[in-house]
Design a protein around this ligand. Structure first.
Ligand code: GAL
Length: 349
């Protein structure tokens, strides 16, 4: 059957209107779909319905808003020849994402706050490099947001910590540069700000064998020159630190690349130690593999003293963008603390 030009045009317009209606109702649905629970291991969507892309992340709470910073894992997962012996797959660097939330369940994408540099192959933020485990502190004196990141070459030989700053929690962050803190190698890392405003870098050093705790300068931009070596020869990665009732606690993983292993924990009366190991804090199915995850941060929930969330990444080493988030509640015991598996859960009111 032949159709006239007018009929074709009418049919085309009807299809367009229907498509627009469908797109609008879908995005309206996605934008209003409120999350009310944590669902460890499932795909978590942001307020526009996109999967949250913030791996190896950390959280800053500032002016009643939580900001979640993480690695953007995007594109093809591939294996550089230099990393084959330890199964070190990668995706090229896209940058560091930022999401904001007031309730910890619903996250709004705030953008790529430290984008990769595409055109200069020698730049430390070039797509070919490694940019992992971003953590952001707010400095009350300088009023700057200071990001610390693991900056590396593709084969992880550079072993640097990098620093970037911004006047706003949602960026953009200006990259300052990277170095070996206190002259020591630095791979997996986190930062911790104490109640007195002093901040510390915890980093896997000495080729991952020994963790270093390094005091930062008052502006948080550099090591101040005082550091200790802890858990000598224990090969701890993925450190996360929190403080509860005057004690410092640490969770870390063993050193098996993207593959999961048994978490470790430790406690200390002073940040400088001595640190006493407490063993694996995980309880429940696959607790001996950290529920197939690896620690990244322990989040103190605002206005709920004693409430902490254990945050971990369940890496998918063959498809890194499909890595998932495991957030689980921390409970305190006589000896230390535990992380209990839950399929879904929410914070107590
Ligand atoms: C892990 C580390 C990750 C990433 C990965 C690369 O051990 O915790 O942040 O560096 O190795 O394989």
């Amino acid at each position: 059957m032949k159709t006239t030009k007018n009929q074709q045009c009418y049919a085309g317009r009807t299809i367009l209107v229907l498509m627009a209606w469908y797109a609008m109702s879908f995005s309206a649905y996605a934008a209003t779909a409120d999350h009310t629970q944590f669902k460890p291991g499932e795909i978590w969507t942001d307020t526009s319905g996109e999967p949250i892309n913030a791996h190896g992340g950390g959280i800053l709470y500032h002016d009643k808003v939580y900001y979640w910073y993480g690695e953007i894992k995007k594109g093809k997962t591939w294996m550089p020849e230099a990393n084959r012996s330890w199964n070190g797959t990668r995706v090229d660097v896209t940058g560091i994402s930022c999401y904001s939330s007031q309730d910890l369940y619903n996250w709004k994408y705030e953008g790529n706050v430290l984008p990769a540099v595409k055109d200069d192959p020698n730049h430390e933020l070039n797509t070919s490099k490694v940019l992992e485990r971003p953590k952001v502190l707010y400095n009350r004196t300088t009023k700057q947001f200071v990001m610390w990141i693991h900056v590396d070459s593709q084969d992880y030989a550079l072993s640097h910590a990098g620093v970037a700053t911004s006047n706003s929690p949602t960026g953009p962050f200006q990259y300052i540069g990277s170095f070996r803190p206190d002259g020591s190698m630095s791979r997996d890392m986190t930062v911790f700000m104490d109640e007195d405003g002093k901040a510390y870098l915890f980093h896997a050093s000495e080729n991952n064998a020994t963790l270093h705790i390094s005091l930062l300068t008052a502006d948080y931009l550099k090591p101040a020159g005082r550091f200790v070596r802890v858990f000598e020869g224990r090969s701890m990665e993925a450190p996360a630190v929190f403080k509860h009732q005057g004690r410092y606690y640490l969770v870390a993983s063993g050193c098996t690349g993207w593959a999961p292993n048994e978490a470790r924990s430790a406690v200390a009366e002073s940040i400088w130690g001595p640190w006493k190991e407490l063993g694996n804090p995980c309880r429940g199915p696959e607790a001996d593999l950290t529920f197939r995850g690896q620690s990244t941060y322990i989040l103190p929930v605002a206005d709920k003293p004693g409430t902490f969330i254990f945050m971990a990444d369940r890496w998918n080493q063959n498809n890194l963008p499909d890595s998932r988030y495991l957030w689980l509640p921390v409970t305190f015991t006589d000896k230390g603390f535990e992380v209990l598996w839950q399929t879904t859960w929410r914070l107590n009111k």
